[in-house]
Design a protein around this ligand. Structure first.
Ligand code: GLC
Length: 419
């Protein structure tokens, strides 16, 4: 199939414009009608390819949600919107704009650096404004969430990989039976077979109520929460983000000791994520057990600046078995579901992060293959939330912001994301 790149570029830009709600961009209309943290960072990166001012605006709007303790929440509920549950009333966070009570993967420093690289001259003032915000957020992670150098999550939604196999063990400790009645809204937008199951949702909500009942106090949650998992994806992403923050700090002539210390701590944590079965894995911090899940997040080691031969062997082997890499769960394992959300499907933004890392570490061919796969998926099927790695079947929400952003920055033939 020949690709009409100009036409698809125009479609991508149109999606980002249409999903603009006035200074912030929703992931997709209907299913996700607010500002999501890491979606917004990817979107800003995409916007920067054709509207740099709007890109900075997206970043500043994201940080209007930052808490006094530095945490940047996973959702910012700027305006009332229908069609999403649990909304601001359920989270019970007493601030404006309303927010959720948990965070999401800190890709922001990395995306902001990419934006700054292409706007060095005029972007400096934005970078100065945002720098302290990034430092406070990372400091919050280091103080509250980093245990033995690994990043702990308190809710599966913090990982950005909501129903990944990584959380099955940890969520087994959560009793969702007392959650009461509620109406899910996601399954009104998307085929329920492509979404998390009801028993998962009962537990997700139970954990939201738990955090709210703790007043979102980090100490109390750390002490008592039944769910606390060291997320391999979060550790890699935060480590990479700290490396980018360090470069920004050098550029702006800020002190760097603190950031250098964070990098050392997280590098030590990466080693602890190594499952003796031979891959990077998440760990249930309550039981000490590895999740036993080789997922797309396991392959973020190169993105975090860490070379590993065994991971390269796994990657080749997995890519030999599917048409489109990288599946969110190992297709060689039982439990692989090619169309159920984070239990098999391939996601464009994960491919971008994995491939950027691979390319930086010299694995140029395999990075190019992932880019080609992602390009084909989008060109042949459209800007969907995710796809089957087996057949490329599109799934989840359509006209998705981060898929459009990834096309413009990395996957499309004219991509210009400046990494
Ligand atoms: C889902 C995804 C998460 C994403 C959000 C909005 O919850 O798992 O990663 O940020 O949707 O797109």
């Amino acid at each position: 199939m020949t690709i009409n790149a100009d036409k698809i570029d125009r479609q991508a830009k149109r999606i980002l414009r249409n999903n603009d709600r006035g200074g912030y961009t929703v992931p997709t209309s209907g299913l996700y009608p607010y500002q999501w943290n890491w979606d917004s960072a990817f979107t800003a990166w995409g916007l920067a390819t054709f509207d740099i001012k709007r890109a900075w605006f997206e970043i500043h709007t994201l940080f209007t949600g930052q808490w006094d303790n530095g945490m940047v929440p996973h959702i910012i509920f700027h305006k009332r919107a229908d069609g999403y549950f649990p909304g601001p009333d359920v989270w019970g966070v007493p601030r404006v704009p309303h927010t959720s009570g948990i965070t999401q993967p800190p890709v922001a420093a990395t995306m902001i650096r990419a934006i700054y690289e292409q706007d060095k001259r005029y972007g400096r003032v934005h970078m100065e404004l945002v720098y302290g915000r990034l430092i406070s957020w990372h400091r919050w992670f280091m103080a509250n969430r980093v245990e033995d150098g690994m990043v702990a999550i308190t809710h599966p939604w913090e990982s950005g990989r909501d129903n990944a196999v990584d959380w099955d063990g940890g969520m087994g400790n959560v009793d969702g039976s007392g959650v009461g009645d509620y109406t899910r809204r996601d399954t009104a937008h998307v085929d329920p077979d492509m979404r998390p199951k009801k028993e998962d949702y009962d537990r997700y909500l139970t954990m939201v109520y738990y955090g709210r009942d703790c007043g979102w106090d980090e100490g109390q949650i750390r002490e008592g929460s039944p769910f606390r998992v060291a997320d391999v994806g979060m550790t890699f992403i935060l480590l990479r983000a700290c490396r980018d923050l360090l470069m920004i700090a050098h550029d702006l002539d800020h002190l760097t000791d603190e950031i250098e210390g964070w990098i050392r701590t997280l590098e030590a944590g990466v080693a602890r994520h190594w499952n003796p079965d031979g891959f990077y894995d998440s760990i249930d911090l309550r039981s000490g057990d590895f999740s036993g899940s080789l997922s797309s997040a396991s392959f973020l080691n190169w993105y975090a600046g860490i070379e590993n031969d065994q991971m390269a062997i796994h990657l080749h082997d997995i890519l030999d078995r599917v048409e489109f890499g990288v599946p969110s769960f190992d297709p060689r394992r039982e439990g692989f579901e090619p169309l159920r959300y984070w239990r098999g499907p391939v996601w464009g933004m994960m491919n971008a992060l994995i491939a950027i890392g691979l390319e930086e570490q010299g694995h140029v061919q395999i990075a190019a293959k992932l880019r080609k796969d992602t390009q084909r998926l989008i060109a042949e099927h459209g800007f969907f939330e995710y796809f089957s790695p087996v057949e490329g079947t599109p799934a989840g929400g359509g006209a998705f912001s981060w898929t459009a952003a990834i096309w413009l920055t990395w996957a499309g033939p004219h991509a210009r994301g400046h990494f």
